[in-house]
Ligand binder design. Structure first.
Ligand SMILES: Cc1cc2nc3c(=O)[nH]c(=O)nc-3n(C[C@H](O)[C@H](O)[C@H](O)COP(=O)(O)OP(=O)(O)OC[C@H]3O[C@@H](n4cnc5c(N)ncnc54)[C@H](O)[C@@H]3O)c2cc1C
Length: 579
């Protein structure tokens, strides 16, 4: 995975960057670091030019193409341009603005439910006083990050990648990209980073509700909030019990006549202040970056500690959570029915209520909770199985997201369409037998960005190693001893409906490293950050056309395409790497 555009096709001793990087790889650690630093410094000016080149509107090729300009895409780009400045990159974004989730979701009260000291990037301190931030503040932070680092110049908006085809003979991904509603354009790259999120942007999940067409009011899904929807003085039913429903109910209750949260079953909740006094105090006395780093560590530790307790002492955690809920609600409130789930905390996502806002709305009578099943929509509301009829002017179906395979794209490797359900996940970031693709998937039990940061670190180390060994193709391949692995779902031990529905379509985990996706930050750090990239499973090879040097290599003079040949292994077979 060598080479930004101006480099020679194959790394030679005369190629300054590759040469210096290889020399650095062979040198003792301190010298290696210095050599690598010198190489990077020498590359910076050329890299700036290269990047400027790649950011030119007409450029349709880059060393690396990132799909998606949300948290993952911006994070990936930042790490890439800092650590691998010699590589040109582009970000292809289907929408007409950056931010992904934080631009798409516009429902009242939209906010994070994890703290911004861990949902923020490792490299850019979150400096607002509020640790639980609203959607517009998160979007502003992302825009600022992209603008400050010049990442925004690399983004091509209204570019939806529909198809990605890999050619092993040239180590090239060829992307079919729909520009706006019109033409299909072709882009090429050597490495494809999938930062396209995890859910479909086309549709949210909406179950079939009987009688839906009879309802005379408006039905909205939070993913597509109508700008003109005015809920002032209206009766609202929010169907759902996840983070979105818990956010919407108190936010809409402020102006609505009344809001009912209609849930089939309860969710674990915890009330916490939306500010972090430790963070705000530290920021006053310490340099910004140091304060951020300390608070980030504190929050990672606390989050991991709490999560582990839910695994080791679920009964105690249940008791504590329920005691807290009771403290916030009137003595006659049916906590058993409305706030006591049948599963253990963190078997499904635990919902945060900033400053106990949902409890306050319930206390004030502006909102109520109904735990029941929907029998049918009616002309004026919803009739429940219990026979109760709930009147409404607006019904919000906060029934979740539709998980999807990467980018909802078609992938083809050497002429064969990829069925992701038959692939193994490599460390939760790549796939068996799919070369030069890394996917960004965050945490379900911690902040998404923690995993984005370490995945981006992995990408950079992988590229550096590819450079050092003169490879242009990096592929996770099963070792002979991995053939007998027992498959497990990509996300294991986490059971909400939207996850369960999607698991059969997604790659599987195995029962041994590195074919696992632990979804635990500490374990991921060991697996992704601290383990060598050349681990006997990632194979580093060079394509028959030589190290990647740009667009598909021209056919030979005879006019025939280069013959497909086995890639040349560049790591010794006795490393355990299959040739
Ligand atoms: C309402 C809501 C609240 C959330 N709150 C939290 C929270 O508090 N903490 C937390 O950790 N996580 C939270 N999440 C999860 C959240 O999605 C992640 O935190 C994070 O925003 C995901 O970032 P991403 O860049 O990976 O994906 P996204 O934000 O989904 O961005 C993906 C981007 O890729 C683009 N894209 C997709 N496919 C293609 C294609 N084929 N071609 C071109 N472009 C494409 C999309 O248009 C989009 O811009 C929340 C999610 C939702 C929906």
């Amino acid at each position: 995975m060598v080479a930004s555009s101006p480099r020679p096709a194959a790394p030679t001793a005369a190629a300054p960057t590759a040469d210096t990087t290889r020399a650095a790889a062979a040198a003792p650690p301190a010298a290696a670091t210095r050599a690598a630093d010198t190489a990077r410094a020498a590359d910076t000016a050329r890299a700036a030019a290269t990047r400027a080149d790649a950011s030119h509107a007409d450029t349709t090729r880059a060393d690396v193409i990132i799909v998606g300009a949300g948290i993952s895409g911006i994070g990936a780009a930042h790490h890439l341009q800092r650590r691998c400045p010699e590589r040109s990159y582009l970000i292809l974004e289907a929408r007409d603005s950056l931010g992904g989730t934080w631009d798409l979701f516009r429902y009242p009260g939209v906010r994070s439910d994890s703290d911004m000291h861990t949902l923020g990037f490792s490299f850019k301190p979150w400096t607002d006083a509020k640790a639980i931030a609203d959607g517009p503040s998160i979007l502003a932070y992302l825009k600022e990050t992209a603008a400050e680092a010049g990442i925004d110049r690399h983004i091509r908006y209204r570019h939806r990648v529909e198809r990605a085809e890999w050619d092993s003979t040239t180590a090239t991904w060829t992307l079919t990209v729909r520009v706006g509603d019109g033409e299909a354009r072709t882009y090429t790259c050597n490495v494809l980073l999938m930062a396209s999120g995890y859910y479909s942007y086309r549709a949210g999940h909406t179950p079939e509700f009987p009688g839906r067409e009879r309802f005379g009011g408006r039905i909205v899904h939070p993913q597509f909030w109508p700008e003109d929807l005015d809920h002032t003085g209206k009766r609202v039913i929010v169907i759902g019990s996840g983070a979105t429903a818990m956010t919407l109910v108190p936010a809409m209750a402020a102006d609505a006549a009344h809001v009912v949260m209609l849930q089939r079953s309860p969710t674990w909740v915890v009330a916490r202040p939306d500010t972090d006094p430790v963070a705000n105090a530290l920021r006053r006395v310490l340099p910004e970056r140091l304060a951020y780093r300390l608070v980030r560590r504190k929050n990672i530790w606390l989050q991991q500690f709490f999560y582990k307790r839910t695994r080791t002492q679920p009964a105690k955690v249940r008791e504590r959570l329920l005691a807290e809920v009771r403290k916030h609600l009137p003595p006659d409130f049916d906590v058993e029915r409305h706030f006591t789930p049948s599963y253990d905390p963190w078997d499904q996502r635990l919902c945060l209520l900033p400053n106990g806002d949902l409890f306050a709305a319930l206390q004030e009578g502006k909102a109520s909770v109904v735990t029941d099943e929907i029998e049918t929509f009616t002309e004026t509301g919803i009739r429940c199985r219990s026979g109760e009829h709930l009147e409404a002017d607006i019904i919000v179906t906060a029934t979740g997201l539709e998980l999807c395979t990467p980018g909802e794209m078609t992938f083809v490797v050497d002429g064969e369409e990829v069925d992701f359900s038959t692939r193994w996940t490599y460390k939760g970031l790549a796939y068996s037998d799919i070369p030069n693709v890394v996917s960004f998937f965050g945490y379900i039990n911690a902040s998404w960005t923690l995993r984005v940061d370490i995945t981006a670190d992995f990408v950079c180390r992988m590229l550096e190693h590819a450079d050092a060994v003169g490879a242009d193709t990096v592929t996770p391949r099963l070792r002979p001893t991995d053939a007998d692995m027992t498959p497990r779902p990509l996300i294991d031990g986490f059971s909400p409906g939207y996850m369960k529905r999607a698991m059969p379509r997604l790659p599987k985990q195995g029962d041994r490293e590195p074919w696992i996706n632990p979804q635990l930050y500490e374990r991921d750090r060991a697996l992704i950050v601290e383990s060598p990239v050349d681990d006997g499973v990632l194979t580093f090879t060079r394509s028959p056309a030589g190290a990647w040097s740009g667009p598909p290599v021209a056919a030979p003079a005879t006019g025939t395409a280069p013959a497909a040949a086995d890639p040349e292994p560049v790591t010794a077979p006795d490393d355990g790497v299959p040739a």
